[in-house]
Each structure stands twice: as structure tokens, then as C-alpha cells.
Design a protein around this ligand. Structure first.
Ligand code: A2P
Length: 409
């Protein structure tokens, strides 16, 4: 039989190179170079695990091809746009029949199983607007603020950037992200692709009632191996001045969202700039409380940084009332102090975390360094088991009900 394939491809025009798909793929079919993310047709088993975590939808592209003529990854790496669908004329009927029902409910279930976190939003979350602006209809925003939120003189140069959309429509929810396109071109003379940043403010604006958003951006000065590099986008963003105009796409993200119902507990675990969505959710709850609409649920935060001086928003966090949020800081490089990671602190607070794990109104959010993810999940598992819960069942329920959200990089 002539084998026909629904080939899985990534749209290079829309992809924001966030690495989520490569991280998610359980069979390592997705790879990338400095330019594109690509799918190896010989490895991809259509499990669909990568589809819903992708913030832009660029992952959800398919071309019907003869298997022998599937696009090789070497070709995909050179693409600036997806090839047009080529009609397959005169295909044998058996080949076409084999395509029907290609992507079934069973595969969708596999996707949920393959992922460690939820691929759905909390049931009571608001409906997000996604992909309103893509690279073909970029929106511009004006910088209305740029403040350093880590202490001067420390290595971590992290900035709080405020972008104003004027009268343009750019609705966001806590936990969503946007893309910024740095000006200029790369070494190959091609326009830079967009970089993704989590939104750090609640839905009613960085300043309530204003049409603005905020971002938490760390200046990248070294690569993953510690070699000096100058991150194109992060340096551009951290150097922005009030009044500068930036090219924005988005908003993105339909799962890492907060529940609206009362009471609902939020357990937030983050490192560094992973604090952006936690700031957004905390501020949402704080404003509701100020307006007399206290949710009644608990807020608990575990926040890791090298030192107090390098922890973004340390001052404002310290000002939050103790009866509003339970904050736990883990510092790893405080002189003469033992190295502490968020998961170490979580183990110390196991009894309180167990109470949250037992409550079906608890929602868990993890954002920041990739390395933290496994450690945090281990603590949740150990805590559940040591407090008499069946982790396998609980983990499956948390994922199914949109109650365990992982966003690490
Ligand atoms: P470390 O001092 O070992 O780098 P960064 O400043 O690079 O964004 O990191 C934020 C915090 O996350 C730092 O305290 C860093 O510690 C810590 N960290 C690094 N790796 C892990 C990990 N695997 N799990 C939890 N925290 C981590």
C-alpha cells in the first residue's frame, strides 16, 4: 500500500521558540537549531502531547504527504514559512482510508497522560483571548516604565517593564504571556523571531483601569553553559526607555490560568522571573480583597533566588499582609548560610502542603528554572504519600482538573 502520512510540522512564522514542545515531546521527535523548531516524521507518533501546551498554536500544523516524501528535518530547519499543502492526486483509495480517524480521542487522552502537568485550564478560569496579534498583524505598545527590581551591584539584572497599549485591544489574564519582536536582523540577515515573556499584572492592568501590562525580564549575560553571551531580546527589553515603541504579539496561553471560584487555594512555586505569573495572580487576589471580594482561599508562595538582593519584587512582597499570603523565600547563595532551594522549604512545610493537597479547591503553579520541576514534583509526591494519599490517583486528578500547572524553561 502507498503509505500516506499526516505530517506534523511547526509553523516557523508563528513559533516563539519557547522550547515547550521539545520539552513536552515524550519520544524526542522535536529538535531545534538557532532558528527553527522541527518535527522528525520518522519519530513522531502523533501522541499530541505537545499540542495544548504550545502557547501560540504554531505546533498544530499538518500536511498530507506520501511517507516517502515527508519533509526531512534538514529542510524544515531552513524554512521561513510552511510549505503550501500539495494535493495528492490519484491516491489509491486504501491510502486515503488509512488517514481517516488519524487523530482520535484516544490520542488526545495519551497527550494528557504523557504530560506531567495539566493540559487544561481550571474549570472556573475565565476564557482567555489568545493569538489576537501574530507576526502578520503585530501590535505596538509604548514603554511607560522600566524599573530594576533586583538590587544594583548584583549579578541578576531583572527589570519590571510596563507597556501601554493606548486605545488598542490587548486583553490579558493572569498566567498568560506575550511575545516581543526585537528590532533588527540576526547573523543570517533574517528578522529576529519573537521572545515570550509572562505577564506580571492582573487582568485589569498593571495600573488598575489602565490599558497596560507589565513584564519581568532578566538580562541574559551567559548561556546555559555559563559562557558569556549577550541575549538579543532580554538586553533590548532591559534597555528600553520610557516612550520607546515595541512590537508585540499575543496574548498567548490558555491553560496556566487561575480559578475564579471561591474559595480556591493557590500554591505558587517559582524562581527568578518565574515570579511574573505569581505576581499577577497574587495582585488579582489582593485587589479583589481590597474591593471587599475576599476569595476565602489560601495563598502560599515558595520563591527561590540567589539572595534577598537578587529576588525580584522583594520589597513589595514583604509589604503584603501575613494573613493574606504565606510567603517562603529560599536563598541559595547567601554568604555563611546553607544553600536552600524552594523544594527544601516545601519539605519543611509538608504538613501545610498536605492540607492543600487534600483540598479539591487547591491549585498548584510552578514557574521558573527547568531544574526545579522534578524536585517540586518529588516533594508533592512524598508529601502526599507520607500523609496517606495515593499520589498516582491524586496526580491524575490534579492534571485532569487543571490544578497542576508547570511552566519551566
Ligand atoms: P543556584 O544558586 O544554585 O543557581 P537564577 O538566579 O539563576 O534565575 O536562579 C534562581 C534560583 O533558583 C537560584 O537560587 C538558583 O540556585 C535556584 N536553582 C537552581 N537550580 C535549581 C533547581 N534544580 N531547583 C530549585 N532551584 C534551583
Amino acid at each position: 500500500m502507498t503509505e500516506v502520512l499526516k505530517q506534523h510540522l511547526i509553523d516557523p512564522e508563528i513559533c516563539i521558540r519557547c522550547n515547550t514542545c521539545e520539552d513536552t515531546c515524550p519520544v524526542d521527535a522535536i529538535t531545534h537549531d538557532s532558528r527553527n523548531y522541527v518535527v522528525d516524521a520518522d519519530i513522531c507518533n502523533h501522541c499530541m502531547a505537545c499540542i495544548s501546551p504550545c502557547p501560540t498554536g504554531s505546533i498544530d500544523n499538518w500536511r498530507t504527504v506520501l511517507r516517502v516524501a515527508a519533509y526531512p528535518t534538514a529542510d524544515q530547519l531552513t524554512w521561513d514559512e510552511l510549505p503550501k499543502e500539495v494535493p495528492l492526486a490519484d491516491l489509491p483509495a486504501d491510502a486515503v482510508a488509512a488517514l481517516d480517524g488519524d487523530i482520535t480521542d484516544e490520542l488526545q487522552t495519551n497527550a494528557a497522560d504523557a504530560s506531567l502537568g495539566s493540559v487544561v485550564a481550571p474549570a472556573s478560569a475565565s476564557v482567555p483571548t489568545v493569538n489576537l496579534h501574530g507576526i502578520r498583524n503585530v501590535i505596538t505598545a509604548t514603554v511607560s516604565g522600566n524599573f530594576r527590581v533586583t538590587q544594583l551591584g548584583t549579578e541578576s539584572d531583572t527589570h519590571h517593564i510596563v507597556l501601554d497599549f493606548g486605545s488598542a485591544n490587548f486583553p490579558v489574564l493572569e498566567g498568560q504571556s506575550l511575545g516581543i519582536i526585537p528590532p533588527g536582523v540576526d547573523a543570517q540577515g533574517r528578522a529576529h523571531h519573537a521572545r515570550q515573556y509572562s505577564i506580571a499584572n492582573p487582568r485589569d492592568g498593571e495600573r488598575p483601569g489602565y490599558n497596560n501590562v507589565s513584564l519581568t525580564v532578566k538580562r541574559v549575560t551567559t548561556d546555559y553553559d555559563g559562557k558569556p553571551v549577550r541575549g538579543v531580546a532580554s538586553n533590548y527589553v532591559c534597555d528600553l526607555k520610557k516612550g520607546d515603541v515595541v512590537q508585540v504579539i499575543g496574548p498567548f496561553g490558555a491553560t496556566f490560568l487561575m480559578p475564579n471560584h471561591a474559595p480556591s487555594n493557590l500554591l505558587m512555586i517559582c524562581t527568578g522571573t518565574g515570579s511574573a505569573p505569581m505576581r499577577a495572580m497574587t495582585e488579582r487576589r489582593r485587589r479583589l480583597r481590597l474591593a471587599g471580594n475576599d476569595n476565602g482561599g489560601k495563598l502560599m508562595l515558595f520563591f527561590g533566588a540567589r539572595s534577598q538582593q537578587e529576588l525580584p519584587y522583594f520589597g513589595p512582597l514583604m509589604n503584603l499582609p501575613k494573613d493574606f499570603i504565606d510567603i517562603n523565600f529560599a536563598f541559595s547563595r547567601t554568604p555563611n548560610q546553607p544553600k536552600r532551594y524552594v523544594q527544601d522549604l516545601m519539605r519543611e512545610r509538608a504538613a501545610d502542603i498536605a492540607t492543600l493537597l487534600k483540598d479539591a479547591n487547591s491549585y498548584f503553579y510552578v514557574c521558573g528554572l527547568k531544574g526545579m520541576e522534578a524536585g517540586v514534583l518529588d516533594v508533592l509526591r512524598d508529601t502526599a504519600i507520607s500523609h496517606g494519599m495515593d499520589w498516582q490517583t491524586l496526580h491524575a486528578e490534579l492534571k485532569r482538573d487543571g490544578r497542576l500547572h508547570l511552566e519551566t524553561y
